[in-house]
Design a protein. Structure first.
Length: 145
């Protein structure tokens, strides 16, 4: 599946934004998009030194509420991402854990709750995320359904 990417074109209010891609780009109602920014820092392969790309920092997930030919209106995504776990029978636990990790404190951009045993002298930190702004990049998120 081809990646569907675009940008935030307009901020309507605190609940809805417009992205610059629509029906003509394959967008359909209910699609989930990640709003993200790329960090300036290039991630390098520790063995080859090859540039692997830039870290993407997710600001928010939004879903498409209304599609038009060339743009789409999106609203805040559901914080409960448990739908992808339903087929495994362990939905209640993993769903609850996902919901808990997704509803972190405002401004918290931690992906999980469990700490990793890392070399603390090598921590570079996650850049502080600014609010969603016009021009931020968006990409369709593949939902396993």
């Amino acid at each position: 599946m081809e990646k569907i990417e675009g940008k935030v074109a307009k901020i309507l209010d605190e609940y809805s934004i417009v992205i610059n891609i629509g029906r003509n780009n394959g967008v359909v109602n209910g699609m989930v998009f990640a709003v993200f920014v790329q960090s300036d820092e290039e991630i390098k392969d520790p063995d080859s030194g090859e540039a692997l790309g830039k870290l993407e920092n997710i600001k928010e997930h939004v879903f498409v509420a209304h599609v038009q030919d060339k743009f789409s209106t999106c609203v805040a995504g559901e914080k409960d991402a448990s739908c992808e776990h339903e087929s495994h029978g362990a939905q209640t636990l993993s769903g609850a854990m996902m919901a808990e990790s997704m509803t972190g404190k405002p401004g918290s951009n931690k992906l999980g709750n469990e700490k990793l045993n890392v070399n603390t002298s090598q921590i570079t930190g996650i850049p502080q995320l600014s609010p969603i702004s016009v021009g931020d990049m968006v990409r369709a998120v593949e939902v396993n359904g």
